[in-house]
Design a protein around this ligand. Structure first.
Ligand code: FAD
Length: 290
């Protein structure tokens, strides 16, 4: 009976995990150890980023293919349109479809320096992909507003535009102020968005790097977070425990607010994400012990 309860605990919760392509043998090992461990939690899908303007698209393709071949998980490549022509994007889409890839995270990518206005926005990429094949598409959403947006309302309408173009769900930028996500979800509902707005959860272990990244991505770091990480610059272990505890609080509140799908920015590590999933009741598949 105990085993049954364990299996049912997080049975209505869906998780997905995001990875990035490794650039050294050591990082490759870390990635595969993480994929192995996290795959036991039966994620709905895993995704692999592609750094726009980095010219390393092949690395994303390779990891996606390896994940599909070795684990059988649904693997979704991130695809950006800022650095490719429409013809190239159509070729990539055809190639993905013929390789059995059905899910794509469709993004614009950051503007390269000097480019004021892009040729394409993510909504255009969604339309292009849908013209090629019936992909299952996720797009990005920004509870605290994308830094380039003219206003919060304009940003919200641009999300609606992406979803109306055929995207199936949105995944949010990470956030630490849970209220900002909940307000955003309400505003999405108010303008008639019916697709899932899946919170992107970032388990923090390197606080200093987070501060840098949050600065240019317009994510607010609340004061209480500064306090919790204060004095831990040289103490990775305690930072990990603090980071996990913050994310566990976050997912607990979100799940009480009815959130059923969670996307984790794993940074290719499994320990924090695994623990946070555990706290959500998401456990390795348990078979009944006689
Ligand atoms: P868009 O939806 O096109 O929006 C970009 C900006 O333009 C917004 O400010 C929007 O309000 C505005 N806008 C949209 N349409 C119009 C219009 N018609 N006219 C005027 N303004 C408009 N980056 C990577 O390089 N690689 C990745 O793998 C990657 N993965 C990500 C995954 C997630 C879940 C998230 C949240 C972000 C990811 N990013 C990634 C970052 C993303 O590429 C950047 O945030 C980028 O600057 C915006 O991409 P977007 O798809 O949200 O763009």
């Amino acid at each position: 009976a105990l085993n049954q309860t364990m299996a049912e605990l997080g049975s209505d919760i869906n998780v997905s995990f995001e990875f990035f392509p490794p650039n050294s043998e050591k990082m490759e090992n870390t990635l595969w150890n993480s994929i192995e461990r996290l795959s036991t939690l039966a994620p709905k899908f895993v995704s692999v980023t592609y750094g726009a303007n980095s010219g390393t698209r092949d690395r994303t393709h390779k990891v996606i293919k390896d994940i599909q071949d070795k684990t059988g998980l649904i693997a979704a490549p991130h695809l950006t349109c800022i650095d490719a022509s429409r013809d190239e994007l159509r070729e990539i889409a055809k190639d993905y479809w013929s390789n059995g890839i059905r899910k794509i995270v469709a993004l614009r990518g950051d503007l390269p320096e000097g480019l004021a206005k892009p040729d394409m926005y993510a909504a255009d990429l969604v339309s292009l992909l849908k013209e090629e094949a019936d992909f299952d598409i996720s797009v990005a959403a920004y509870p605290e507003v994308h830094p380039e947006a003219k206003s919060a309302q304009a940003d919200l309408l641009s999300l609606k535009h992406k979803l109306d173009a055929g995207a199936n769900q949105a995944i949010t930028q990470f956030f630490f102020d849970v209220e900002s996500y909940l307000r955003f979800r309400d505003r999405c509902a108010t303008i008639g968005i019916e697709q899932e707005i899946v919170p992107g959860i970032l388990p923090v272990s390197n606080y200093k790097t987070l501060l840098k990244f949050a600065g240019f991505s317009n994510v607010r770091i609340p004061n209480w977070m500064h306090q919790r990480f204060q004095g831990l610059d040289n103490d990775q272990n305690t930072r990990n425990l603090v980071g996990a505890s913050i994310a566990m609080d976050q997912v607990r509140v979100l799940s009480q607010e009815g959130v059923k799908d969670f996307h984790f920015y794993t940074l290719n590590r499994s320990d924090l994400t695994y623990a946070i999933c555990h706290s959500l009741g998401v456990r390795p598949h348990v078979t009944a012990i006689a």
